[in-house]
Design a protein around this ligand. Structure first.
Ligand SMILES: Nc1ncnc2c1ncn2[C@@H]1O[C@H](COP(=O)(O)OP(=O)(O)OP(=O)(O)O)[C@@H](O)[C@H]1O
Ligand SMILES: Nc1ncnc2c1ncn2[C@@H]1O[C@H](COP(=O)(O)OP(=O)(O)OP(=O)(O)O)[C@@H](O)[C@H]1O
Ligand SMILES: [Mg+2]
Ligand SMILES: [Mg+2]
Lengths: 258, 258
């Protein structure tokens, strides 16, 4: 199983949008996909219209029970979103794990243990992170083989990126892993001169980690979240669906002919 | 001095953009404005082009020295951004305050003490918050008379808003204050049907707290951040400058004729 964390300290760059739609694109390519939501906001469940009042167990139950005789397996908490596409939802109570944490190694490798212990088999696991450099994000980065950093084609992204890449690689190394970083331009509006300039700058300065695939700004992606459907279902012919298909293929290394 | 916290658990809704540009609009209306950046990302300084390598002291120095014989006054750390417009910058080390915090009342009222103790006189203080419900945000909410919650006209905003209003009012009450909440629609694109529908829904469900003023999506606001200038300087004739002027006047209760 390939584990991909979607992380950024910057808020609103599209972590949840990428987690939901990239996973759907993987499933469309025949991969068994799992999304794990490590953000107490729980927007993955909202974005795929899970009935929140019916979510009894969340990833927190797995994390907190890890290593005990009553360990909760992932399979006991996941919901099916679509064929070959499951979601392990977050809960607001996840923030307690963040508040109580003392930053010990054990606390930051709980998710790694949960993913290693699961009886279910997936080809790819995508982890959504909160916009806060804390214990929940560290759990995700240490469990990951790859880290996807969505960036807006705006000034703050350009400013923050070197520090973020360094910080994420350092945390992953604590977990003994050499992670691969993918920087994904998101919400790109080709008609805006500033966006074109920022994208060119990103491509030049971060050539070794930036993806060819770009996710354009597409209102259908916002609408999909409103109707609780990944873009592959909500608008399979849209530019959003095309962009996520191209990104999924690129990450799976099946370079497309186009 | 009126103290206004700009807060949201949701990332990327425009907290920093509102802090920088609303304060500039207040200054343009003749108010002496102070921006306090409580987000370790420190994007307020980036957005007004302060030379980061020259920022020696930050709001952290004031917070940590509060109540000691060596208390650092706000006047010792503020930078002038424009006439009648000062910034008390954040620093990355602010996140230590978040990590070490045990959530005691004393830890969450440090900023209130700093603002009460300052020798400088301002008419309005605007506080930028990180997208994380922790000690730094609690300090801002407890120091505030009013809380501005920027919302995107998207689905997650509608879903989160009731919980956020309740949570923010509860924290402010802990500080013994009755705060006034202002919900400000931001990044509004009138051409999008979904946005029009969400705005109508927001206006109906949150009639008592939503502002008349709406901040439209305006690329000049993104560009301004890139050139380190508030919209009042970067593009004084733009829709962004108009929108922030209208919002500033509405919050100062000088209802405009328009
Ligand atoms: N490519 C895109 N085109 C159009 N809208 C997008 C795109 N990517 C994200 N969005 C919208 O931008 C907003 C922010 O995206 P999202 O919530 O996924 O970001 P996030 O990084 O998960 O935020 P947070 O930091 O709060 O977790 C949402 O309204 C989402 O629908
Ligand atoms: N009205 C607007 N029109 C155009 N762009 C906007 C507008 N408001 C905000 N933006 C842009 O949206 C992005 C997110 O805004 P901003 O960084 O202010 O959000 P934030 O809530 O402070 O994010 P964080 O949660 O990371 O602190 C930035 O690129 C900013 O320039
Ligand atoms: Mg998210
Ligand atoms: Mg901000």
């Amino acid at each position: 199983m390939r584990t991909i964390a979607i992380a950024s300290h910057k808020g609103g760059v599209g972590k949840t949008t990428l987690a939901i739609n990239l996973s759907a694109a993987f499933a469309k390519l025949g991969k068994r996909a799992l999304v794990v939501d490590m953000d107490p906001q729980g927007h993955c469940a909202v974005g795929v219209a899970l009935p929140e009042d019916r979510i009894e167990y969340s990833i927190l139950d797995c994390l907190q029970s890890q290593g005990t005789s009553a360990a909760v397996d992932l399979s006991q908490i996941t919901w099916q979103v679509a064929p070959d596409y499951d979601l392990a939802p977050a809960s607001p109570a996840l923030s307690q794990l963040e508040e109580r944490a003392k930053g010990t190694i054990a606390e930051t490798t709980l998710l790694t243990q949960v993913l290693n212990a699961t009886t279910r088999t997936y080809d790819v696991c995508v982890i959504d992170c909160p916009p806060h450099p804390g214990t929940l994000m560290r759990n995700a980065l240490k469990a990951a083989d790859e880290i996807v950093i969505p960036v807006e084609t705006g000034y703050y992204a350009l400013h923050d990126l070197p520090g973020q890449i360094e910080a994420f690689e350092a945390i992953a190394r604590e977990g003994g892993r050499q992670v691969r970083i993918h920087v994904v331009p998101n919400q790109y509006d080709v008609r805006t001169k500033l966006a074109r300039e920022i994208l060119a700058e990103l491509r030049q300065r971060f050539a070794s980690v930036i993806t060819n695939a770009v996710i354009n700004f597409n209102t259908k992606l916002k609408e999909g979240a409103c109707y609780g459907q990944p873009i592959t279902e909500f608008a399979p012919g849209s530019s959003g669906a095309h962009d996520f298909g191209a990104l999924a293929r690129e990450l799976l290394h099946e370079r497309t002919a186009s």
